[in-house]
Design a binder for this molecule. Structure first.
Ligand SMILES: Cc1cc2nc3c(=O)[nH]c(=O)nc-3n(C[C@H](O)[C@H](O)[C@H](O)COP(=O)(O)OP(=O)(O)OC[C@H]3O[C@@H](n4cnc5c(N)ncnc54)[C@H](O)[C@@H]3O)c2cc1C
Length: 301
């Protein structure tokens, strides 16, 4: 189906885009990769009168590291992140980016669009929460920095005000004694996950956990912070039994709904699996091992 008629404006700067959007109000939407917005427009679930295209704004897709902080421009594509050297430095970024949907979606979809969409099944939010990311926003006059946990308000709802745009996402480069992993379980490549887990561990030594961040995707309206699972690990030796206990705690905390991606019971079992695997891989990576993981598909556990 074709979208309803709309006007199109190609913005030259983010400030200009923000100004036009704030004047147009609810009538207008920013356009990034279009991988969520355009399908919704074709289904006529959204009918913006004006699209403000961000794709020609210079510098908005840069990925750079400054003083221990990786700054990812809102327009950085999933594929660009998967190929970036900085994602090799922070493997959880590569785990996430390289498995999103298919090559076409990865080559167009952006991190800014993904976080602004706040789809409960999106892959980036749990990963960025595990990395304690901050979102830098811009309106026509000023910028502000928002912790991602405060930015994500509800399903498809963020802290962005009218005329405010995502400018960049910033994450601290994890310490050397840290390791993370993102495991998403999907029915096939081009669909959203049935359950996912983002894990980032900081170790006191080879086996004792100093700090653990665990966020679950697809089992709530926003990513679920698995605090009971983290408490199982903090200050403790990460034995097989301890890892299993944390995975159990995450499973207990998850309250997914049954839908076309699986029954609630099935998703709970998946949560246990993705958390356990995420912890095992994170531990090995914290010890300097190179471990490759990718999104998992039905029949390939
Ligand atoms: C077949 C298919 C499968 C997919 N599977 C997955 C998947 O498995 N995992 C996953 O995570 N995603 C998946 N996606 C979604 C994909 O990752 C999208 O790229 C992403 O959700 C939105 O990014 P975008 O750049 O395309 O944003 P757009 O579609 O352009 O915009 C999305 C929303 O964000 C707003 N927006 C865009 N940029 C900004 C900004 N800088 N500031 C403020 N608001 C902004 C838009 O106005 C719109 O409301 C899939 C998409 C398709 C089509």
């Amino acid at each position: 189906m074709y979208p309803a008629a709309f006007r199109y404006y190609r913005a030259a700067t983010l400030e200009e885009a923000a100004s036009i959007l704030s004047q147009a109000g609810d009538e207008a939407r920013p356009l990034a990769g279009g991988q969520s917005l355009i399908p919704l427009m074709k289904l006529r679930l959204v009918r913006p009168a004006l699209l403000v295209d961000l794709n020609s704004i210079p510098g908005l897709s840069s990925i750079k590291s400054e003083q221990g902080v990786v700054r990812i421009g809102a327009l950085a594509r999933h594929a660009q992140l998967a190929d970036s050297e900085l994602s090799q430095l922070i493997p959880i970024l590569h785990d996430c980016a390289a498995g999103i949907a298919d090559a076409q979606v990865r080559s167009r979809g952006t991190i800014g669009g993904s976080l602004a969409e706040a789809d409960p099944s999106g892959d980036w939010a749990p990963v960025m929460l595990a990395l304690s990311a901050e979102v830098r926003t811009q309106n026509s006059k000023q910028q502000r920095t928002i912790a991602l946990g405060d930015f994500l308000k509800d399903a498809y709802t963020t802290a962005l005000a009218n005329g405010e745009l995502v400018r960049e996402v910033a994450v601290k480069v994890p310490a050397k004694n840290s390791g993370g992993a993102y495991i998403a379980f999907k029915r096939c490549a081009s669909v959203y996950a049935s359950a996912s887990a983002a894990v980032q561990l900081t170790m006191a030594d080879r086996s004792t956990c100093e700090q653990a961040h665990i966020y679950l995707g697809c089992v709530g309206l926003v990513p679920l912070h698995a605090t009971a699972a983290e408490a199982e690990l903090r200050g403790r030796e990460l034995t097989k039994e301890r890892i299993s206990a944390a995975a159990e705690a995450a499973m207990e905390a998850a309250a997914p709904h049954s839908d076309m991606r699986g029954s609630a019971e099935y998703k709970k079992v998946l949560v246990k699996h993705v958390v356990k695997k995420g912890l095992e891989v994170s531990l090995r990576r914290s010890r300097g091992e190179q471990v490759e993981v990718s999104h998992e598909y039905v029949g390939r556990i």
